[in-house]
Design a protein around this ligand. Structure first.
Ligand SMILES: N[C@@H](CCC(=O)N[C@@H](CS)C(=O)NCC(=O)O)C(=O)O
Length: 258
């Protein structure tokens, strides 16, 4: 497990914490779900340690990481000044965005209607835009790279390309009437959606077909915090070895763990 602060997992959270000055640990790999939280930390100017969990090597199955993120996925955080001043671990990017918004009082309006507008678009991303685009990535880009032999499944490719296109259409209509996804103000809903739009080519979507999304995408991409995330990002999916395929989609992913 790599750690930008040269810190290895193991031992209690307190032991891991020794010598570390930042309040929040972000367990991260270069994927849209991780980038959402990275953008939020940058937007809020919070000090954080970035701890890389290499999901191609199976580091998400490390027993110490599973204590923080039992679903074996990034992102996750540990806030060393959590509720009651105690260390607090949290997984699921939507929950993390909400937690950080409440902690800082930023990017989630207090006024009820605006707050629920942000909530509904955040949940739209978490329940639809992210998972469906993830399936589009799988069938359009990853399955054809299977090192055991390309899997090209036209039905699945059409299904998820079409669903991606439908979802971009929903987003386009919303952005035709609003500057930002949940209304006038930039919010955690924009942060959740933007990193998935960055991979529109992998989803076989053309932003010229969605002019309002294209306008918004250009505006969000110019924010200094978002630029810092983009500068720090590397595309981790450029191909698969038999090992990384097994960890991601094969026997190692689904091996029973006690
Ligand atoms: N709903 C979760 C999804 C997280 C997720 O799918 N993470 C992927 C990377 S984008 C992952 O860690 N995959 C590793 C694995 O499935 O073993 C969230 O939004 O946090």
């Amino acid at each position: 497990m790599k750690d930008l602060n040269r810190r290895a997992l193991g031992g209690s959270l307190q032991e891991q914490r020794r010598g570390i000055t930042s309040m929040i640990d972000l367990y991260f790999d270069h994927t849209p779900n991780g980038q959402k939280v990275h953008i939020m930390l940058e937007e809020c100017g919070l000090a954080y340690n970035l701890i890389i969990i290499d999901i191609g090597k199976g580091e998400q199955f490390d027993p110490d990481f599973l204590k923080i993120s039992p679903n074996n996925k990034v992102p996750a955080i540990v806030d060393h000044e959590g509720p009651g001043g105690q260390p607090f671990a949290l997984f699921e990017s939507g929950a993390i965005l909400l937690y950080l918004a409440e902690k800082t009082g930023r990017f989630l309006p207090a006024e009820p209607q605006q707050r629920w507008d942000v909530m509904q678009w955040l949940f739209w991303q978490m329940g639809g835009f992210g998972p469906m685009l993830g399936q589009a990535h799988h069938f359009l880009a990853y399955a054809p790279m299977n090192p055991s032999g390309p899997e090209v499944l036209p039905y699945a490719q059409n299904r998820y390309r079409n669903e991606a296109s439908r979802l971009y259409g929903v987003l386009d209509r919303q952005l035709g009437e609003n500057d930002h996804v949940a209304g006038g103000a930039y919010s955690i809903a924009d942060m959740a959606i933007f990193p998935w739009c960055r991979l529109h080519e992998r989803q076989e979507q053309d932003l010229d077909d969605f002019p309002n999304v294209k306008r918004w995408y250009g505006v969000i991409g110019e924010r200094p915090a978002v630029k810092r995330d983009i500068a720090a990002s590397a595309d981790i999916v450029t191909g698969f070895t038999p090992e990384s395929w097994s960890v991601s989609f094969g026997a190692d992913q689904y091996r029973k763990r006690s």
